[in-house]
Design a protein. Sequence first.
Length: 134
Amino acid sequence: VSVGKLEAAKTPLTQICAIVDGMFEWSRQYPAQRAAYLYFFYSASHSDQYRKVHSQMLQTGFHRISAILEQRLKTKGRSQISKTRVASQTIWATTLGLLIYSMTSENVADRDSFRKTALQSAKAICHEVLGDLV
């Protein structure tokens, strides 16, 4: 879901929002997969094998967002790798936490609220890192 949204996005902000929104869209479209995803987190908490896969997934998410931010800064000669890494980890962790909340919330309205909060957070972080380059 995220890949399709990402391909359609043209700016760094819309690309990052596509990643964030795509995660929530996947959860909405494939509710049966939510339990497996949550079980994967549980498995990673006590299995070295699952923990390794989980770490690789996290790194992929961090790097994807960081690369989008860093590329935009490089085009304007403002490379700040340490700042983009912190920002990408914050966006990813915030989104993932809110996604888990939305998966486990009994109120459907809360699910959409968590998605909106994740998007607002990602936008705020992008504006902080990119400033006038957003």
